[in-house]
Design a protein around this ligand. Structure first.
Ligand code: ADP
Length: 357
């Protein structure tokens, strides 16, 4: 299903990038991080472009409660994410590095290219690393990361949703480079949104206006990454807003191996290579999140084996190592969360509207 991603990657690599060597070519090279100040270490809100006077004016005129809400609840200050923290997805990572990261990091070298992909749709099953990818791009860019959930907008903030979208983009303009990540985007862009003046419809209008501004600005360093597990619900007239539409599939066996080994390495365990291979086989059809949950369930096995009276007094090295039997028990509780039918839908949607479009 990635032949299209591969094709587009191949042609751009050879034609457009010439001799330019990206600072991110080498996964272990951290130099590029120093090109841009980290948002959490730098000054709060700072001027970034010539059009910023008006942005700062607008910010002054915006309700401080909204700015506080964006700063405290939408700007996401989790630990930085590195490419190696994301298992598998090699082609997706390559596309995102080449087409999102490098052009923003080296906008001077990419000025001749028209229509850089500043808006991306990541679609696929839940728990497969879409949010991780968004956070990783932000970390690599030293960008401020804004995380908005479509479901949060319509449940928690329905009355203010439109204003929150507006304020988020405003703050993003002031704290460039910025990555705005919106999950469950189908909620805002669904073809089912009918009533013209409903809160959701107003949020949608605001979002599309903001996206238009981002897409038409040559100098703003803002990337909008949207995610959905229901791409088919997105109104067909709105698909064109996403310059790249990338399928994020379930982890393959190498990726599942990566996740299992990484998680086990943080614990005292006693599994041989054959048993690890067996785990990789038995987790076929699991999402990345399912694999993580399985491991989390297994690694508490030794704790469950202790008499409850002792629990508060236990020190970690008193615990027996995690064994294959702990995974056997975990498999009874944790099952794959995605059905084959759902997977087929993604493959179909990818064929029709995936990144070759
Ligand atoms: P999504 O946004 O696709 O629903 P997330 O990126 O939020 O999924 O992933 C949820 C969690 O599942 C992550 O925090 C991570 O622990 C785990 N996970 C999912 N996919 C991967 C992956 N490819 N590599 C490593 N961990 C993963």
């Amino acid at each position: 299903s990635y032949s299209t991603a591969k094709n587009s990657l191949g042609s751009r690599t050879s034609e457009s990038f010439g001799k330019y060597t990206s600072p991110v070519m080498n996964e272990h090279n951290d130099e590029h991080r120093q090109l841009l100040p980290h948002p959490l270490q730098g000054p709060g809100i700072r001027a970034a472009t010539s059009s910023n006077n008006s942005v700062e004016e607008q910010l002054k005129n915006t309700d401080t409660h909204l700015i506080d809400l964006v700063t405290n609840e939408i700007i996401n200050q989790g630990p930085p994410v590195d490419w190696n923290d994301i298992a598998g997805l090699d082609l997706v990572k390559a596309v995102m590095k080449e087409e999102v990261l490098w052009p923003v990091l080296r906008s001077d070298a990419f000025t001749g290219l028209s229509a850089l992909p500043r808006s991306i749709l990541l679609f696929g099953p839940r728990g497969t690393g879409k949010t991780l990818l968004g956070r990783c791009i932000a970390s690599q860019l030293g960008a401020t990361f804004f995380k908005i959930t479509g479901s949060g907008l319509v449940t928690k903030w329905i009355a203010e949703g439109e204003k929150i979208v507006h304020a988020s983009f405003l703050v993003a303009r002031c704290r460039q480079p910025s990555v705005i990540f919106i999950s469950d985007i189908e909620i805002l862009l669904s073809s089912q949104v009918s009533e013209e003046h409903s809160p959701v419809s107003r949020m949608r209008t605001e979002f599309l206006m903001q996206l238009d501004t981002v897409l038409s600005s040559a100098e703003d360093q803002i990337v909008v990454i949207c995610a959905t597990s229901k791409p088919e619900e997105i109104d067909e007239s709105l698909r064109r807003y996403f310059m790249k539409r990338l399928l994020i599939p379930l982890p393959d066996s190498t990726a599942r191996h990566h996740i299992i080994v990484q998680l086990l390495s943080q614990h005292n365990y006693c599994l041989n290579d054959k048993e690890v291979t067996l785990l990789v086989q038995r987790t076929e059809g699991f999402s990345g999140l399912d694999v993580v949950r399985l491991c989390q369930e297994a690694v508490v096995g030794p704790l469950h084996a202790m008499p409850t009276t002792n629990l508060s007094a236990i020190i970690p090295n008193q615990l027996r190592p995690v064994t294959y039997q702990d995974f056997e028990n975990a498999f009874c509780k944790i099952q794959p969360s995605i059905s084959q039918k759902e997977l087929d839908t993604y493959i179909e949607w990818n064929k029709m509207f995936g990144c070759s479009q």
